[in-house]
Design a protein around this ligand. Sequence first.
Ligand code: C5P
Length: 214
Amino acid sequence: MLILALDVVDHERALKVAKDTAEFVSAIKVNYPLVLTAGVDVISELSEIRPVIADFKIADIPYTSGLIAKIVFEKGVRAVIAHGFVGRDTLQEVRRVASDYDGEVYVVTELSSTGGKEFMSEHALEIAKLAESVGCDGLIAPATRPDRIRAVKSAAPSLKVLCPGVGAQGGSVEDVMKAGADAIIVGRAIYNSPDPRESARRYFEELRSVREKI
Ligand code: C5P
């Protein structure tokens, strides 16, 4: 499965990239850069093209976290991403709100950047187990470190694992899928390419051929 990370900062460009790549993309991940420039209603517009995952990395007290989740589910998102380091109470509240909308919750175990190794990596497996015990749907694990994908997968085998870090951050589709990922999340390598549709098509085809080999 290919998920587009749509971190562009222009409303029209976001809609164009989303439409151009829609045939090859299973979901669109929206993060702060787009919503802070185009406004939160862009979520509803994108939801008409493909299911939207709101990547606001929710990391607050349960009340505030639940409120953030409620606002974006009201705008039509299919799933939200929360940080796991915030602990059980916040994840439970985000899960509760998501369930009201039949929505999904994905939990970050560690960032794909180098800094993800500084503090988060040490607790990533506990976070994975917590997410599973709270009834979340999946984890966000680093495509840049396939060994970590394997580790969280074995800590929480019932959860899906979505992996950002392919392309611009250096992760390879083959390594990530062999490590057990359920989806790759690709941003700059698609939307910054001269032909985003063609780039999305290539990732889509690569995913298919890697899956046939595994
Ligand atoms: O452009 P690129 O493909 O690197 O985009 C990756 C996207 O995934 C960004 O939106 C980034 O915030 C997000 N992300 C990540 N690593 C995580 C969690 C989310 O790169 N662990």
